[in-house]
Write a protein that binds this ligand. Sequence first.
Ligand code: GLY
Length: 395
Amino acid sequence: MLASTRRSPGERGSDVLVIGGGIIGLVTAWRAARRGLRTALADPAPGGGAAQVAAGMLAAVTELHYGEETLLGLNLASAARYPEFAAELAEASGGLDIGFRTCGTLAVALDADDRAHLRELHALQRRCGLESEWLTGRECRRLEPMLAPGVRGGLRVDGDHQVDPRRLAAALLAACERAGVVFHRVRAERLTVVRDRAAGAELADGTALAAGQVVLAAGSLSGRLAGVPPEVLPPVRPVKGQVLRLTVPPAYAPFLQRTVRAVVRGSHVYLVPRENGELVVGATSEEQGWDTTVTAGGVYELLRDAHELVPGITELPLTETRAGLRPASPDNAPLLGPTALPGLHLATGHYRNGVLLTPLTGEVLAEVLVSGELPEVARPFTPFRFSAAREESLV
Ligand code: GLY
């Protein structure tokens, strides 16, 4: 330990230190504590991060992309856990509801190009054995009368649901507190490595935390923690997403019954209606580094595209505009489990699927922390896949 650091009140340290208190860090800490591990978590504002911005779609089927069939397996496995996860979390948090809503999703096309794109997605979904039904424009409007008259067709996916990420974060925070997770509301500044093993972290206030194992779950910031050997540092980058929140006055309800989405001029737009009248409209996808400015252009494009889809949105009060950072990895999939540095695990790089993958991530990380074994379902997402690529590039 450096001479300038001071010991924390938990002098003997913990079994596990989680760095990062977004939903991924929180679920990891909660699950680890439930498995009997003495768990600490370092974050200046636990419960914050991308979950405060995210819409909370559980869109394993409608967000399927070519080449991401392996990720699909992980996404589906996590989606299947949501009903039980929501019930368990409600109990563990003292009754907090996370807004899990089995409302389904309708992905629609506004012109011939969109329709061709959606037809291809439908074919891919069917090849992957997924449930998805092609509807005509008229059938789409029968389900959602607020849709624009020009809608040319769509995909009805009854299995893609939603959750409220802010309520999810609040419930995880309460569940962690009740499970005995020790919170250090300070930024982790440097990983401590002792005899080639991760052994804790130094915090920005000089506190030194010792731990048997460390989980780096700091979202986009995970690639920046000092003290992590370069070959182990996760290759994550921030991808900015601007998101709007509107309010549906009771007189207009039900405005939309399910999540409605489309690709308009190549950009994804989605409208996620909550039972409490909130309507979330997202999201831009911008490679802008660490910038989280809400721009006039971003808001304009989202409103323009959402208006093409559902013209009535211009009547609704616009209650919030915000931008967050998705932690993206080179293959759009998360990094889960042990690294080449003994004692250091990763739970980051969830990109567009952080909320969806929360239940499975907590389960997988807790299992690794307890048994040392990465469960089968998570093996394709080992951080070692990038170490191997790095080594090959050096040959
Ligand atoms: N999964 C939705 C988004 O990342 O915008």
